[in-house]
Write a protein that binds this ligand. Structure first.
Ligand code: MC0
Ligand code: CO
Length: 134
């Protein structure tokens, strides 16, 4: 059911410093910061030849990454995103398997303009999973 790795997301405490580090120290192609108010984050995509890195920084008063950054003040890997062909079919299969789909259970439009869903990290070895329909 899951396909390609779409991105690995890293929550960061200082977005400008992380942008400079990926661009100047690691020599990567770094995109412009993009506010995602529906998700409570500002994102920056870093294009790698085989996948993307998504830098995450809190946006607004109730960002879903605030608690994570409090527990991990230096930042850390926050989630991985797998591609799926049919997100509703994937969701229904996962629910039938006993996995917990976060939020309302209905896909939201993600940073690439495509439907996304999140799965509870406690159901996947402590790893928050995002699914993106491509
Ligand atoms: C724009 C879009 C895109 O790419 O298109 C995005 O990615 S938006 C990316 C941002 N959006 C999201 O993350 C949406 C989905 N996330 C959520 O609904 C939430 O962040 C939860 C994953 C449910 C966590 O919520 P919250 O921090 O309030 O819960 P909590 O502090 O009570 O945490 C419950 C337990 O889960 C653990 N926990 C929390 N966040 C975690 C993470 N990212 N990875 C692994 N474990 C995590 C906590 O340490 C805790 O474990 P212990 O009990 O053992 O201490
Ligand atoms: Co993501």
């Amino acid at each position: 059911m899951i396909g390609r790795l779409n991105h690995v997301a890293i929550a960061v405490p200082d977005l400008e410093a992380s942008i400079a580090q990926y661009r100047d120290t690691l020599g990567a192609v770094v995109g412009a910061p993009q506010d995602e108010p529906d998700h409570g984050v500002t994102v920056v995509f870093i294009e790698l030849p085989n996948t993307k890195i998504e830098l995450l920084y809190p946006l607004g008063d109730s960002s879903p990454i605030t608690g994570f950054l409090e527990k991990n003040p230096a930042g850390g890997i926050h989630h991985i995103c797998y591609e799926v062909d049919d997100i509703l079919q994937a969701r229904d299969h996962l629910l039938a398997q006993g996995a917990r789909v976060l939020g309302t259970g209905e896909p939201k439009i993600g940073a690439h303009g495509k439907p996304v869903l999140f799965l509870h990290p406690k159901d996947f070895n402590g790893c928050l999973v995002e699914l993106e329909q491509v």
